[in-house]
Design a protein around this ligand. Sequence first.
Ligand SMILES: Nc1nc2c(ncn2[C@@H]2O[C@@H]3COP(=O)(O)O[C@H]4[C@@H](O)[C@H](n5cnc6c(=O)[nH]c(N)nc65)O[C@@H]4COP(=O)(O)O[C@H]3[C@H]2O)c(=O)[nH]1
Length: 819
Amino acid sequence: MIDESDAHLSALIVEDSEDDALLLISHLESGGYRVGWQRVETSDALRRAVTEDRWDIVFSDYAMPHFSGDKALSLLRQYDQDVPFIFVSGNIGEETAVAAMKAGAQDYVMKSNLKRLVPVVQRELAEAELRRRQRQVEDKLRKLSMVVENAVDGVFITDSSGQIEYVNPAFERITGFSGREVSGRDPALLNSGRHGKAFFRRMWQTLHKGQVFRDTFINRRKDGQEFYEEKAIMPLLDAQGEISHFVSIGRDVTAQVRERAERERMNAIIEATPDFVAIADECGRLLYVNRAGCEMLGLGPQPADWDGADLDDLCHDETARVRLQEALATARRKGLWESEIELCSREGKVIPVSQVILAHTGADAKVEFYSTIARDITERKRFESQLQYQASHDMLTGLPNRVLLMHRLQMEMDRAQRHSTRAAVLFLDLDNFKRVNDSLGHQAGDALLQRVAWRLGNCLRPNDTVARLGGDEFAIVMSDVRDIDNILTIIHKLRATFDSPILVGTQELFVGFSAGIAVYPNDGDSHDILLQNADTAMYRAKAMGKGEYQFYAAGMNARGQELLSLETDLRRALQREELVLYYQPQMDLGSGRIVAVEALLRWQHPEKGLVPPSDFIPILEESGLINVAGDWVLRRACADCARLIGQLGSVMRVAVNVSPRQFNDPGFVDSVRRVLGRQRIPAGCLELEITEEIVMQEVSMTGSTLSELDRLGVRLAVDDFGTGYSSMAYLKRFPLDALKIDRTFVEGLPGDQGNAAIVEASIYLGRKLGLEVIAEGVETAVQREFLQAHQCDLIQGYALGRPMPLPALIEFLRDISRH
Ligand SMILES: Nc1nc2c(ncn2[C@@H]2O[C@@H]3COP(=O)(O)O[C@H]4[C@@H](O)[C@H](n5cnc6c(=O)[nH]c(N)nc65)O[C@@H]4COP(=O)(O)O[C@H]3[C@H]2O)c(=O)[nH]1
């Protein structure tokens, strides 16, 4: 009996007789099968049946009216190789049966002997199952073999003694050996000798334990070249569990190993490079920064330290950020951007770098990432600026040299053109420098030049430039020259700066300059010409004598030139004592006596003759020479006064004009005290004429000076009374003795009613305040009478006498006393 589990049988019956088919089924059922069956009797029906269903077994009659067993067999085998095919026929002969078996039928059963049917079915079903399994195994083997044959990995199989039995095509390709060449040989033929014994010992130990050995082998190809093979070797066991074979599967990883080595080398190089190397994603986020970059920018060494940072964070301000965005845009457009830029470290240090940014694009031309290399050029920049400094500065003095001077001069010329002002260049040449050099040596000469440079630098405005042109030549570029006075101011400052001696070693040296001045745009429209003209002017100045300053051109600079030469002349006049005092008498209207004289300064110019004070006092004021001149006037006037008193035997007062600058000099009161002491005249014999301008200036200081002078006993008179716009209050506040009515009010007397009223009021005011009133510029007898009638105390003017030199005055006074 058949097994219950095998009892179900699906049977296809090719049979023209329904009865025969039923008989067949009944035999099978009586043999224990539960049969599901179908009967077909044409080729179409058979085809349909085998394509639509799966059958355990097929029975077929041999000869049928519309079909034949042969055809049924061959049709079936087109669809199924394994299903048992059993002829069940009434008349199949021996020969036909053998031929049918050859054609693929499994057996035949005579209809007359159906007793055989069940055993045949049982046997054929079992064999069909075997065949099916076999076929599956073969199928699998075929597939595996195909895989191995087509694998990219090299495979070889050895027997247990290590002799090669099989190699796949990949092995041949990788090693260069053909299967035939290596068949029966030891795989050691691939040995490169690069692995030590320990390596193979470990391999064999692993394999003999029945485990898989994996490692990277360095093997040798047939042509002797080495290659890297990532290999797995495994033992195969037979039914007894003994190792029967070894299978080696190896992948040629030479390219990867080399690539990895190359990458590691590159990485080591990048890590060792002193330049900043970084990779950023398409949004600028940093993906990689090398060691030098981390150090340069103060980023930690671990990626986590700068995680989230991007290229933007390396910019120190908004301008740098905009520049970076432009750089990235250029890199996206052109693939590369390079320039010099400034990066900023985390600590805020600004680092100048020479940087390259590359944009790396993918297949869609979109940027996938950026790489950048930046070299710290701090040193180079420092060196460059040092070079630039050296190229543009004089090494001895540290002042700009000719190159930089020309550049600044051009800038000032441009600025002057824009603002419609002027620029000036002064060419200075040290007087007597050669003598210093020759007598004290070069070191002393150098030291002198350094100190001169320092002093020059200190007396200029921040926008002016002083340069050393070489030797003892210096130049100054003056910016924003609005009028000629600006230049004169600088010249005064220069002179004042070099008034005191320069100490070189133990020597005190007085330094003077000869200078030429050229003014843009009048004296040239290019910097070369301007400097050349200033040079020319300097030579002219030198020719005039040491310490001279000379403007290049006449024309608009004529006034400057004139003022300058006047100033130079005045200095000389003071030294050569060309200044003289004239005296003009003052009469007491009450007694009719000459009680005082006014000292009036004159300049006895060798060529121009007698120069009036109006022509030179403003220059003395401007240049500061007024203090020297005023001091001289004071001494001279007091000395003359003493002489007058001595010679005439009567008291005589001298009035001396004091300029604002002289009055404000802190040493003024002392100098008055000194003069009085030296000349031994009573203090009341000296009257100081001060202007309304002086009394109106900062009150506390003026007040204290006036009080000090008053305590000395000196008389104080207000000159030019009524010409200013001042308040009369000062007359009360200060210790004054007299007021002098200005001659412009006396002029029209008595006809000019306005003037007459002012003069009357002034006399009235003076009397009320206890001040002596002196009328100036009295030219006529009518004026004198008017003043006398209005009780003016004193008069002064041509009506009495013009200013005269001392001998003439003495004569004049003697004349009067004689009459
Ligand atoms: N038209 C006319 N003029 C007359 C008559 N009488 C006198 N004068 C002139 O009037 C001026 C009087 O001097 P001031 O008002 O102090 O005015 C002085 C004074 O301010 C200043 N000055 C003169 N000498 C000195 C000085 O030693 N030091 C200072 N700081 N200033 C002085 O110069 C100014 C002018 O002096 P000067 O030219 O000498 O001119 C003198 C004198 O010559 C007259 O009847 N008619």
